[in-house]
Design a protein around this ligand. Structure first.
Ligand code: NIG
Ligand code: FE
Length: 387
């Protein structure tokens, strides 16, 4: 069964061979979906026939957002911590342990339902690829349960046993557990290994040990790096061939150069700076140096509880000196790069049919009209999510 989406005012393909600029923009466009794939994209006048038709009525069509960084397997919430922060208390990551207690006490069903609720909330806002980390279990059984449940509902799963040292344990003992039994239990359910490399969590040597063990177990690194202050995270991410260094809030010139000279994507999470009142990372500096930049939500109950990629795009433009086109690219193709995926984040023949129809004539409206509903329709892998 094929469907042609016709009367597209502006099609973002992210394929420079199909249209103008890095977004590969085609005006007066059409898109043909066949099963779970894009069969054709291009100017409406050249569109092939299909079994069914959807009239986009001049609206903009984008690849679904790729949210490459989220922590969605948890129970409870931390609104009171947020309120305290807004009256001056800094974010230190200590609240992670509160969520760990709530998560350990929750049933599988409760965790699964909360994850499903968040993935559906994301899909309803145009996010069609979701990465999900563990990290609120911090025992072998609780981390295994987190990655196993994540794998049921998320597109990409990351083992983040090294989120913080759990209460009552010595750091060295915990790192020994993460790199042996916990890794062995979690690796079958995950593609990625992550560490919160920060003075409040894991230092350079511990991060090195955990990433190396993960690589030996067949996982690929991605890293929480340079979030709360300057540190070794970005350099370690690059040295270990990480797909992405995430946060990148406090970067030295050498960090920017290392990212620019590598395949490691700089994933910026401006919702975190919004929700913690930290200074925003400087995306302009990274882009001008030649680094690849992605934008993601970091959706989690502590440092940033938004699931809205549109909100993050608006923040990226207003607060991180990105153009609307750069921010939209970073939230789609950039996220795909950060997950080393070439089937999502673009709309060209062969790509997964992840389609976002905006209630607007161009992608610019995502930043130009912050805080308003933008979604007219969404398909994920050819299946309607919102119509
Ligand atoms: O990416 N930095 C570490 N982890 C999350 C926050 C987790 C939490 O506060 O619950 C983050 O910001
Ligand atoms: Fe995070």
């Amino acid at each position: 069964m094929s469907t042609v989406i016709r009367n597209i005012g502006e099609l973002v393909t992210n394929d420079p061979a199909l249209g103008a600029g890095p977004l590969g923009l085609v005006s007066d466009a059409a898109l043909v979906i066949d099963g779970d794939r894009v069969a054709w994209a291009g100017p409406a006048a050249a569109a092939p026939a299909a079994d069914a038709a959807y009239d986009a009525a001049g609206r903009a069509v984008l690849p679904g957002f790729v949210d490459s960084h989220a922590h969605l397997v948890f129970a409870g919430e931390r609104a009171a911590e947020f309120a305290a922060r807004m009256s001056g208390r800094p974010y230190t990551g200590g609240g992670i342990r509160t969520t760990v207690e709530r998560t350990r006490a929750a049933s599988d069903e409760e965790l699964r339902a909360n994850l499903a609720r968040l993935v559906a909330e994301m899909a309803g806002q145009g996010t069609t690829t979701v990465e999900c980390k563990s990290g609120y279990g911090l025992t072998v059984a609780d981390e295994e349960r987190a990655v196993r449940i994540a794998a049921e509902l998320a597109d990409e799963v990351t083992f983040l046993g090294a989120h913080i040292v759990p209460a009552g344990m010595e750091a060295a003992d915990y790192v020994a557990l993460v790199t042996t039994d916990m890794l062995a239990a979690c690796a079958p359910h995950a593609r990625w290994i992550d560490v919160f490399c920060e003075h409040v969590a894991f230092d350079a040597e511990q991060t090195r040990d955990i990433l190396s063990a993960g690589i030996r177990a067949g996982l690929t690194p991605r890293l929480h790096a340079n979030q709360l202050g300057p540190g070794p995270g970005v350099q370690l991410a690059v040295a270990h061939g990480a797909a992405s260094a995430d946060h990148c809030t406090f970067l030295s010139a050498a960090d920017v150069d290392a990212l620019a000279g590598s395949d490691t994507v700089a994933t910026l999470l401006p919702g975190v700076e919004f929700s913690t009142r930290q200074p925003y990372p400087d995306a302009r500096r990274l882009l001008d140096a030649g680094a690849t930049v992605a934008i993601a939500t970091d959706c989690n109950p502590g440092s940033c509880y938004t699931s809205s990629m549109a909100f993050c795009v608006a923040l990226a433009v207003r607060e991180m000196r990105m153009t609307p086109a750069e921010a939209v690219w970073a939230a789609t193709a950039g996220g795909a790069r950060a997950l080393r995926r070439d089937d999502v984040g673009r709309l060209a023949a062969g790509a997964r049919a992840d389609v976002l129809v905006l209630e607007a004539p161009s992608h610019i409206h995502l930043a130009y009209r912050p805080g308003v509903p933008h979604v007219a329709a969404v398909w994920k892998a050819g299946a309607p999510v919102v119509t």
